[in-house]
Design a binder for this molecule. Sequence first.
Ligand code: MLT
Ligand code: MN
Ligand code: ZN
Length: 296
Amino acid sequence: MRVVLLGTAAGGGFPQWNCACALCAAARDGKLPSRTQECVALTGNGRDWWLLNASPDIRAQLTATAALWPGPGPRDTPVRGVLLTDAEADHVSGLTVLRGAPDLKVYAAPPVGTVLAPARGALDRYAPWQWADSLADGGFVLAGGLVVTAHPVGAKVPAYVPPELAEADGRWVTAYRVEDLATGGVLLYAPCVGAWSDVLDELCAEADCVLLDGTFFSADEMGTAAPTGPGQAAMGHLPVSGPHGSLAALARHPRARRIYTHLNNTNPLVDPASRARAQVAAEGVEVLPDGIEFAL
Ligand code: MLT
Ligand code: MN
Ligand code: ZN
């Protein structure tokens, strides 16, 4: 399977349009690499491509990636569908950019599908899409020979969801395990993780590559954490550092290639010269720029 990291920033991107912090300023000055909002493309056969989430930057991301260009017919596209991990605005709003694409298949967990119902109705009027339950028993197979299972990993509800929709079903956030039947390669994609779990340890143990939530490096990064408070974890993103952070969890899985993605503009990992970056590298965990492709 070929995997392309189309974008690696959290919601807002890097630099974020309304942020004047030192990191965002350095990115505007060209001193740090800019990052578009988090999104991945993958394929098992080089012809049928699937998006993991649809960022609002998807137009620029598709344009920057030759394998995803349209053709040979004037409206042909190799993009077959989208696998949503959650209903966050930075992961679903790219669907509006894709409107009108014929026969797109979109996988989402039930609460995500429910909250997107009005958008689904609108998008289906451009071209009818197939909306599927990502958590249906037994998983699903994607054209190109990829076998997928979705795994609930969190209950973070997007800020725009009204309370009456927030409580019915807690499976708001999922991770995807994608296996290439031809190569046996296994990708674990978990860009939104609020708390570590045994399920994640089991999934990491059998993955060749883990793409993990690296939104925040530390629990007090946005200046909101009281010493005893939940800090950034309350925002649905387990921080990288600390005794209970994701880096300590990833250290248990040295066999897998491990990559942080969905980096917030406040995260020092966006700076290759930061101590945070050295700490992550010392564990063998990677932070990569947009546009990187690798095979599993
Ligand atoms: C998140 O990942 O926590 C959300 O994307 C936040 C947001 O709405 O930007
Ligand atoms: Mn996000
Ligand atoms: Zn900033």
